[in-house]
Design a protein around this ligand. Structure first.
Ligand code: FES
Ligand SMILES: [Fe+2]
Length: 326
């Protein structure tokens, strides 16, 4: 388990709630630790995914009696608090108190299961459109990426790559300049506002236009964008599962208040194709862990969101998925 003071005490998405409705146990890797998440009725549990008897993964076991897990190897049964209550090879024996697996905090939000392996320092980041019924919400991902979470977040906050990586979709090669914009860092995280980008067809009308984005990184591994406009509004909440310092999964909630007639699958396919363009780029970046030393890579004025994000991670004392070189 990491000792990163930020990620240890933050909430991380690990599964969809729909996934646990279908199959009540899932094994996931979070912060270099194997974790089993499982549902007992309407409660979600997250434990270290190792039986205390011989270290077998409990996620290979079964939910029995509605609120217990049975290990697949010798059938030890754990109650919902993680206490072993039955050892089938010794049916008359009361298992010792230390026959208990470590449990973590787990909860549901935005259709996802979130786990905190320490003590939550903050709530799960806000997603304002979640509670607004006129916004249609679509979940995309998880996209598994062989890189650190901060590299993925930084790519999400970057618009100068649009004309190159997303040519003729999010940008155009005749319009590459990024005019200056505003970046602030405060208790709500890093915010970049008035970020202008020319897009070839931002509203599906066939007409190119300059669009204005607001970007926020409210948590170190959560980012949000809002495409500002008078009528149609589009936002994305990006959340990351940090499996290891250099392997992550990205989930994206898209929210939009237009295009109700567009088939869900087409919208998800569109996001899949955008992410498929980013993936080889971010996987190619070296080092995979984001360098926080300001002199480590060459940043220019259009990179000021990234510069502020790196400075913020450094101030917070983040260590997982970053190179802190102090
Ligand atoms: S390893 Fe789990 S019961 Fe033996
Ligand atoms: Fe991109």
């Amino acid at each position: 388990m990491t000792n990163d003071p930020v990620l240890l005490n933050d909430w991380h998405p690990v599964a969809t709630t729909a996934q646990l409705d279908e199959s009540p146990i899932a094994g996931i890797r979070l912060l270099d630790e194997d974790i089993v998440v499982w549902r007992a009725g309407n409660r979600i549990h997250a434990w270290r995914d190792a039986c205390v008897h011989r270290g077998t993964r409990l996620s290979l076991g079964k939910v029995i009696d509605g609120n217990c897990i049975q290990c697949p190897y010798h059938g030890w049964v754990y109650d919902s608090a993680g206490q072993c209550i039955r050892i089938p090879a010794m049916p008359d024996h009361i298992p010792p108190a230390r026959a208990r697996v470590k449990s973590f905090q787990a909860r549901e939000e935005y259709g996802l299961v979130w786990v905190c392996v320490g003590e939550p320092a903050n709530d799960i980041a806000p997603f304002p459109e979640w509670h607004e019924p006129e916004f249609r919400k679509l979940l995309c991902g998880p996209y598994t990426v062989q890189t650190s979470g901060p590299r993925i977040v930084e790519n999400f906050l970057d618009v100068a790559h649009f004309p190159f990586v997303h040519e003729n979709i999010l940008g155009a090669r005749q319009y590459t300049e990024i005019v200056d914009y505003k970046v602030t860092t405060d208790s709500t995280g890093v915010t970049a506002s008035n970020v202008k980008v020319y897009q070839p067809d931002p509203y599906g009308t066939g007409q190119g236009d300059t669009v204005i984005y607001t970007y926020v990184a409210p948590r170190t591994l959560t980012a949000y964008l809002l495409k500002e406009s008078e009528g149609p509004r589009f936002s994305i909440l990006l959340v990351i599962t940090p499996h290891s310092p250099v392997e992550s999964s990205a989930w994206m909630w898209m929210a939009m208040n237009y295009g109700d007639d567009l088939p869900e699958q087409d919208l998800v396919d569109w996001q899949d194709s955008i992410f498929a363009q980013d993936k080889p780029i971010v996987e190619s970046q070296r080092p995979k862990c984001l360098p926080l030393d300001p002199g480590a890579e060459l940043s220019m004025r259009p990179d000021k969101t990234a510069v502020a994000y790196r400075r913020w991670l450094r101030e917070l004392g983040m260590t997982f998925g970053v190179e802190a070189n102090d």
